[in-house]
Design a protein around this ligand. Structure first.
Ligand code: BES
Ligand code: MN
Ligand code: ZN
Length: 496
């Protein structure tokens, strides 16, 4: 959409976007801009319904404040939320891009007052929305369909507090967009070693990046990664990214938040091979790790939270060869729990088990949040509207919920209960990795993971199989990856 978005303090904009809540006509701030009445006329046209995301254009003549003014419908004031604003701004952004506008002012005073929104939150949402809208991944275009030039956009804003808020929004979007580019990269390029190489690029933002592979995985008893990754020539990696806050404060010496990401660079299902259309798109089975990596970029570059944050990416390719792990294998994990493999396509929980054990043992976490495209079942349950959330620690859950509210990355709680843990019992080992009875399938996944988390450590599991990508243009997204969890996790670190 836009090649780059910059912020400017002053200048004559080519366009002004005026937020208009439904049923009130133009507010005071809008009327002040309307020297020749063209905006009032546009507001009376049939398309100016005021519904969320509708746009009616005015082209002022005399004393024009800009060549064009977009009246952006924001719906009823009582229903307008920051998330709604994000969606509406995206609609305006699409029109700005189509009209090749290169400078814009957002006039939201009337809407912010009518809907009683926080001014900074509103401008953060503008930054996030335009930032997310700008994402494209053109790396894989060739000579037959070369990429098109895109305009650069300057947002003109005089108030320092709003500029700061816009920058925060753009920084969060940058994290999500990084996650999306990783997600989009095809599996013949994006191997676990490639993910490690991409992670190492984050060292320029002050992050420390290391990885375990080969013998080091064996030494650390990373049984899930070793076995799930065995059939692929692309070696499994446990990638570790560390953010250390500026020293001095007590918080900087606090225990870290640990983010664990499922990072399957491809999920063929393994010997329990995916059939029909089930395999296509499984390059995105790394999106938990991509979201975590995107969060680390936003954390290092923009948020700079007061507490340490550690990311662990459990990265492997679930492939097929004579060396593949099999249904019936029994694996002994680092914490002593034995797992009978009943289905090699329930591989995510096996690699995450390693990350969770490692986090509990080695990182002294204040809390653990894992993010995974874990089950098709969560897509059946919640669609693409909410990610599944499991967290029985009230304090952590409240924090994750607040981060979800701030980012608009929606989560919905599902239960953990002993009965679900019992569904995972094995007749020959401790537990099975998948119960052939598919009832409560996403919960089975969470129940399985709970066997690898120390009960004294607050833990949250997010199943993002429904939310990591969209099927068409939606709000600030285009068809493809959403970077889900990058913004939520960055907000979580900010709130700590
Ligand atoms: N990566 C998949 C889950 C998935 C499905 C992600 C759809 C994104 C979109 C996971 O590894 C998987 O294969 N889950 C299976 C497990 C089952 C075969 C035991 C599932 O949920 O169907
Ligand atoms: Mn699978
Ligand atoms: Zn998978």
């Amino acid at each position: 959409m836009f090649d780059a978005i910059s912020l400017k303090k002053s200048g004559q904009p080519q366009a002004i976007v005026v937020g208009v809540v439904k049923g009130t006509g133009l507010g005071a701030a809008a009327r002040k801009l309307d020297a020749d009445g063209s905006m009032a006329a546009a507001a009376k046209r049939a398309e100016a319904t005021g519904d969320l995301g509708t746009v009616a254009a005015a082209y002022p003549g005399k004393n024009k404040p800009a060549e064009r003014v977009l009246l952006l419908g924001l719906g009823d004031a009582k229903d307008l939320t920051i998330d709604g604003l994000r969606t509406a701004v995206a609609a305006a952004g699409r029109q700005l891009s189509a009209a090749k506008v290169t400078s814009v002012v957002f006039e939201l005073d009337d809407a912010i007052a009518a809907a009683k929104l926080d001014d900074a939150d509103a401008f953060t949402a503008v930054g996030e929305s335009l930032g997310l809208l700008s994402w494209r991944c053109e790396t894989f275009r060739g000579t037959a369909n070369p990429s098109q030039a895109k305009p650069k956009l300057a947002i003109i804003e005089a108030k320092a507090a709003r500029t700061k808020a816009l920058q925060l929004g753009l920084g969060l979007a940058e994290g999500a967009n990084f996650a999306r580019t990783l997600s989009q990269t095809p599996p013949n390029v994006a191997t676990p070693a490639w993910m490690f190489a991409e992670a190492k690029k984050l060292t320029k933002h002050g992050l420390k990046v290391t990885a375990l592979k080969g013998d080091a995985l064996k030494r650390e008893k990373m049984e899930g990664l070793i076995n799930v990754g065995k059939a692929s020539e692309n070696e499994p990696h446990l990638i570790r990214i560390e953010y250390t806050p500026a020293g001095g404060s007590a918080k900087s010496k606090a225990k870290p938040i640990v983010l664990v990401g499922k990072t399957m660079t491809y999920d063929s299902g393994g010997l329990s091979i995916k059939v029909g259309g089930g395999m296509v798109g499984m390059k995105r089975d790394k999106d938990g790790g991509c979201g975590v990596m995107g969060a680390m970029l936003a954390i290092a570059k923009t948020i700079k939270p007061k507490v340490p944050v550690v990311a662990l990416l459990c990265s492997a390719e679930n492939s097929i060869s004579d060396e593949a792990y099999r249904p019936d294998d029994v694996l002994t994990f680092r914490n002593g729990v034995t797992v009978e493999v009943t289905n090699t396509d329930a591989e995510g929980r096996l690699v995450l088990a390693d990350g969770l054990c490692y986090a509990c043992d080695k990182e002294k976490p204040a809390a653990i949040v894992d993010v995974a495209t874990l089950t098709g079942g969560v897509v059946v349950a919640l669609g693409s509207t909410f990610a599944g959330l499991w967290c029985d620690d009230d304090k952590l859950r409240d924090k994750v919920q607040a981060a979800s509210d701030a980012s608009g990355e929606r989560v919905w709680r599902l239960p953990l209960h002993k009965e679900y843990k019992d569904m995972m019992k094995s007749p020959i080992a401790d537990i099975i990795n998948s119960n052939p009875n598919r009832k409560a399938h996403p919960i089975q996944g969470a129940a399985f993971l709970s066997y690898f988390v120390d009960e004294t450590i607050p833990w949250c599991h997010l199943d993002i199989a429904g939310t990591h990508a969209v099927e068409g243009d939606e709000g600030p997204y285009i068809k493809g990856p959403t970077g889900f969890s990058a913004r939520l996790l960055a907000r979580l670190a900010q709130s700590w």
